[in-house]
Write a protein that binds this ligand. Sequence first.
Ligand code: ZN
Length: 361
Amino acid sequence: MRRKRTQAQDRLTKMKKLLLLLPLVCLLDCYAGSVKPLLNRPEFKAENEPIRTLRIFLITDDSYRKDEIEKFVSKCSDLIEMQVGIRLEIVDGYEIKWEDELDDIIKMEIRIARETWSKRDQFDIALTFVHFAFNVAGGKLPLGATDTFFWRYLFVRELDPYILLHELFHAFLFNRGHSEEWVMRGGRPAYGNEWYWLTPKDRKEVLRSKWRDFNIMPAIEEEEERKSRESWFYYKVGLAYLQKREFDEAILLLNRSLETNPKYAAAYETRGVIYSRREQYDQAISDFNKALEIDPSLAEAYFNQGRAHYFKKEYDKSWEDIRKAQDLGYKIPAEFLDDLRRASGKNRSTLSVPQDKGSSK
Ligand SMILES: [Zn+2]
């Protein structure tokens, strides 16, 4: 009898043990393939040393309260530090008032780049919390985004660590795309709520670029392609400065664009426009010339050059440019034609311009 009871008790204890074990086994299984079960191993922790503190430039609109965001960032920081020894620290920031950028991620990136450009040495990641409205192919609304130039301008739509961690790890993995599983999978899974973990393979890659300099565009493609992307980026940020009428900064950015790609006609043309606005007509004309040497189909560059010649009172040259712009289908504003007619005392270009390309250099 007693023995029987013991057997029954034994069985019960065994079952209890099994029951206790079950959820544990399940947990381990659930995280299999991610770094989660490895976090407490001494060798894993050792690989995360030394800790890197990322300086975060925080940009908010009225999507979330500031204290909510700070709490969220701190939670994410813990989750990142556990995995790769990277910590987030908010060092600066401002509140943004969006204009028409919210349905165009490139516009948003360029705007943030321009607005943080003068402080670019003082932070690593510009982190923007925003309910953006751009769609990707298929009409899907992304949860977050990262620029693909410096890999440092991050956008987060919801206070879900999956999103911030995903975008942040992109900034260390560059264009490696997505993994099938865990935090680097392409979309948030509908089930479960802890998709915060890297796979060991992804972690290794993050650790490889852990100490990257965020002011340097990572070389992840062919040199030529990288240069043209870099040059395009500086050009776009320069344009954004121009739109804000901050001409000095705009010129610096365009210079940078042209250093990277000296064959960038649009950058010459834009710089010419700025020189014109500053009434530096010789420099303007020189830039329009360079733009047209590279791309003779830039009708607007002819028009802009014509205006610069007009302000220099070089009316014949101005008419010549205007005629070329018109030949290319450019519609010259009526007021400008009136001004040019009045100033030059002519009705239109009377010069016959030889079509000799060799002598125009
Ligand atoms: Zn992604």
